[in-house]
Design a protein. Structure first.
Length: 131
């Protein structure tokens, strides 16, 4: 059940996208890496009142090696989109736009995977390990 968006003194909601039915908010200030970690999607009521919370997303804070797993990765969200678009392509809503979006998200996921492998290789080399 969606929860109501409420205002509190320490409440931080920086709207980063407004769509016809939803609003996406950054819910915390950027950390040391200059990226926020918490986002929330709200309904966009026609009467301008406070929307209902539909989804909260908490991204990994610091590296897994430093902090353990404490949030989702970019690739996790991409995999959800890939699964959904693949499913839609099997049904009555299949279209060229969904196929193109699917290809581009899969390509973006490959780029992030390559970046993660490079960072792991650099870490191994700095520890004197063989890559």
């Amino acid at each position: 059940m969606p929860k109501k968006k409420t205002k509190k003194p320490d409440y931080f909601c920086d709207p980063i996208a407004n769509f016809e039915y939803t609003e996406v908010c950054r819910m915390d200030r950027p950390g040391p890496g200059k990226a926020a970690h918490q986002y929330e999607v709200f309904t966009q009521p026609e009467d301008g009142s406070m929307g209902l919370s539909l989804c909260q997303i908490h991204f990994q804070e610091n590296t897994v090696g430093e902090a353990g797993v404490n949030g989702v990765q970019h690739e996790d969200l991409m995999m959800i989109l890939i699964d959904r678009l693949r499913s839609l392509q099997q049904g009555p809503y299949a279209c060229d736009e969904y196929m193109r979006a699917l290809v581009l998200i899969e390509e973006a996921q490959q780029h992030l995977h390559r970046r993660n492998r490079r960072k792991m290789d650099e870490k191994n080399e700095s520890k004197g390990g063989n890559a």
